[in-house]
Design a protein around this ligand. Structure first.
Ligand SMILES: Nc1ncnc2c1ncn2[C@@H]1O[C@H](COP(=O)(O)OP(=O)(O)O)[C@@H](O)[C@H]1O
Ligand SMILES: [Mg+2]
Length: 142
């Protein structure tokens, strides 16, 4: 897919199609930030990308902060939503996860602690513009 990418979607199938294409563009070491309100579809998008990597048990890691998966590639799935202080990220060794060049990192609500995220490969913005119309924007960072 070409970046920056932007599309309006009205069905889950359209989101799945975009996520499947995006899955071809990721590589080990990537840090993928997802930004969008509750229910926008951040976890849904990650779930689809991860199924391309042979991972089928993606659930919101809201309470655990991070879930680790082992598919074709190791995947770390973070959610900053419940984090109150940046120290909680230091406690789980967030920087070490990001500096591991063999795994893919997905970070939901990355915008809540922007200074803590030292590596950015992609930013995915998902906006609910209507009850079932979503805008998906993907930016690639070098
Ligand atoms: N076009 C769409 N794209 C993504 N999710 C959709 C779409 N239409 C409906 N949904 C539903 O919206 C919900 C999004 O939830 P979720 O991915 O958990 O949001 P978030 O992680 O952003 O809080 C899911 O239940 C999903 O089935
Ligand atoms: Mg979520």
């Amino acid at each position: 897919m070409e970046f920056p990418f932007e599309a309006l979607v009205e069905t889950e199938a359209e989101t799945i199609e975009i996520a499947n294409k995006f899955a071809d563009d990721i590589s080990p070491g990537n840090s993928i930030l997802l930004i969008g309100n509750l229910g926008a579809g951040k976890t849904f998008f990650i779930k689809t990308v991860c199924s391309c990597l042979g991972i089928d048990d993606i659930k919101s890691p809201t309470f655990a902060i991070v879930h680790q998966h082992k598919g074709k590639l190791p995947v770390n799935h973070f959610d900053f939503y419940r984090i109150k202080k940046v120290e909680e990220l230091y406690d789980i060794g967030f920087d070490e996860y990001l500096s591991d060049d063999s795994s893919i990192n997905f970070i939901e609500w990355a915008d809540l602690f922007p200074d803590a995220v030292q590596k950015i490969s992609f930013k995915i913005f998902i906006d609910l513009v209507d009850s079932d119309k979503r805008k998906i924007k993907i930016e690639k960072y070098e």
